[in-house]
Design a protein around this ligand. Structure first.
Ligand code: FAD
Ligand code: NAG
Length: 540
């Protein structure tokens, strides 16, 4: 009989895991407390996190698709939230996942009963328990809203809310709004508020690097990372992290100035924290609002000094603020996990998990049957990162890849903490170095090997027999994979004997992805050229 698996949460991670496990022969059941799949990508005003109406995905369509489920032609270079949600819905149908999913079913808790996981859930008002061999928890990473304690906030008479509870923006008609915290969410809210509010201030303490969606050559910014370039990155990050960090910071600072020339010193954006600890903001959506003065970055809040008056660290006083919104992000938590299996025994600390996935539990049956998704991240665009985690878990649960003994799992966790501490020592701003961040050079190699995707085996060294054989079979295609677009389908190309299923369409898709990216680049260059020309004509 097939091994049964429950997957809790049908956002992108849960859906992708459900598909991969189903394909690998598991008997899968998905649980989702809301009435749709795709998680936060459907805009909603419920109390669980979602995107806003106009959120745009922060990496390009060329890099972000699921490895065996390409985006349709209709998808923008940078997909809208709605397009991502619809993509998830169609993924669900395309791979026949829907019959395996219970909607409106919230998992309340789980426990170990004999050699099964007992999953207690409420569906349409009634409580039930299901029993499963394996359990995968993917309820989203961003769970507990983080709200700073502003001094004397009680004096404030306007509304104070967290971005999680952002209502229909028409409510802010004619208001002055203060956002506390400057990251992606602040950008999303500025865009939402623009048609209604009078002015938005964005208080921040750390500076921020603003970068553009497109490079000067017309390519999306994330196209700069080819497979070869990724291996250079991983090598440098591993062996020369300081040098590499300051090199990247210089390049990014220059790119930022070039794309967004109007960044006055008073905004306090530079010096921005290093990209080694803080991902840059893809800022195309907010920049026009910054430039025309609708949104203004200001210093952090010192205290509230009147019913509508806020004093900033630099002494400036904002005396007509109607609403304060915290855009300070979220803490990770797994609220349905009972104490024994809670990966966050200490709030805000990195999860107590091997590879940010498997519990460091004394019972080997628990270690081999419980997995957490979404508690680990490193800078790599799109959905492939999520797929690799699900593939790795599936291989381990099939007995084709293996977890090390508990002592080695603990050793990994200690060295992971040491890595974080070394970064904290080197960089003074760790404000956005969230609990789930992992070291890319170490983690990618592990994922690639455990999932059986064969990327390191074929590309990390030109001297491996696999690299050589691949080159020999089709040198032009080998070069396209290595130096062309890093298409997500590359992760589905190789059959390593063990590992996730390859996709027969991968090669054709890689070629097609390169063609589409180049066609769109040309189109974009022509559009930019045309704009310039019209600009000149307008000026005369
Ligand atoms: C505002 C915002 C913008 C982002 N933008 C990007 C981006 O541009 N690019 C990018 O790569 N990443 C982005 N991310 C990261 C984002 O986390 C991932 O893209 C992805 O959506 C995560 O998927 P998920 O399945 O882990 O979480 P979610 O999409 O949050 O889905 C989790 C699901 O689990 C359900 N659930 C939770 N608890 C239970 C329970 N107990 N029982 C049953 N169901 C439960 C929830 O209802 C939800 O549907 C963004 C995140 C945020 C918050
Ligand atoms: C995209 O957004 C996610 C979630 O907010 C973040 O973790 C990631 O670093 C962002 N990527 C870039 C390149 O900004």
């Amino acid at each position: 009989m097939a091994v049964s698996v429950a997957v809790v949460g049908m956002g992108p991670l849960g859906l992708i895991a459900l598909k991969i496990l189903k394909e690998d022969g598991f008997d899968v059941s998905g649980f989702e407390k809301r009435s749709w799949v795709g998680g936060l990508w459907k805009q909603s005003y419920d109390s669980t996190l979602s995107v806003t109406e106009r959120t745009v995905f922060n990496s390009s369509r060329f890099r972000s698709a699921i490895s065996d489920y390409p985006f349709s032609d209709a998808i923008d270079d940078f997909p809208t939230a709605r397009q991502i949600w619809q993509y998830m819905e169609s993924y669900c149908d395309n791979f026949g996942l829907r019959p395996h999913i219970r909607l409106n079913a919230e998992v309340k808790t789980f426990s170990r009963v004999q050699d099964k996981w007992a999953v207690e859930y409420v569906q349409d008002g009634s409580m039930s328990t299901g029993f499963f061999d394996k359990l995968m928890i993917s309820p989203g990473t961003f769970v507990i809203p983080r709200s700073p304690k502003l001094k004397d906030i009680a004096k404030f008479e306007g509304d104070v809310l967290h971005a999680l509870n952002f209502p229909n923006p028409s409510r802010f008609q004619g208001q002055n709004v203060l956002l506390v915290g400057f990251r992606a969410t602040a950008q999303d809210l500025v865009v939402e508020l623009a048609p209604y509010a009078k002015k938005v201030y964005i208080a921040h303490r750390n500076g921020l690097l603003l970068v553009s969606r497109y490079a000067a050559d017309g390519k999306a910014y994330d196209q700069a990372q080819s497979v070869s370039f990724m291996f250079i990155q991983l090598f440098m990050e591993k062996w020369f992290p300081n040098l590499w960090g300051s090199f990247l910071d210089k390049i990014f600072a220059r790119m930022s100035k070039k794309s967004f020339p109007h960044q006055p010193d008073e905004w306090g954006l530079t010096p921005a924290p290093s990209v080694a600890t803080t991902p840059p903001l893809i800022a195309d959506a907010i920049y026009p609002h910054l430039k025309n003065g609708f949104a203004e970055p200001v210093w952090g809040v010192q205290e509230i000094i009147g019913p509508n008056t806020v004093k900033l660290i630099d002494g400036r006083v904002l005396d007509d603020i109607n609403t304060i919104i915290y855009t300070t992000g979220y803490e990770s938590a797994v609220t349905c996990a009972p104490k024994e299996y809670n990966p966050y025994p200490v709030a805000d600390e990195p999860p107590l998990l091997f590879r940010n996935i498997f519990p460091l539990h004394s019972n080997p049956d628990v270690r081999n049957s419980l997995a957490f998704l979404g508690q680990g991240a490193f800078p790599f665009p799109g959905f492939v990162q999520f797929e690799l985690v699900a593939m790795a878990i599936s291989q381990i649960w099939q007995g084709r890849s293996h977890l090390p003994p508990l002592s080695q799992m603990r050793q990994w966790h200690r060295s992971h903490l040491a890595w974080r501490q070394s970064l904290a020592k080197r960089y003074n701003s760790m404000a956005y170095f969230v609990a789930v961040f992992l070291s890319a050079p170490d983690h990618m190699r592990w994922l690639d090997r455990t999932a059986g995707t064969g990327i390191f085996a074929h590309f990390s060294s030109p001297f491996s027999w696999r690299a050589w054989r691949f080159w020999w079979a089709d040198p032009a295609f080998y070069r396209l994979c290595k130096n062309g677009l890093f298409s997500p389908a590359i992760w589905r190309l190789f059959d390593m004997g063990h590992g996730r299923k390859p996709w027969a369409g991968a090669k054709a898709q890689i070629i097609e992805d390169n063609r589409v990216a180049e066609a769109r680049r040309q189109e974009r260059l022509r559009a930019v050229e045309k704009e310039k020309l019209e600009g000149k004509q307008g000026g005369t």
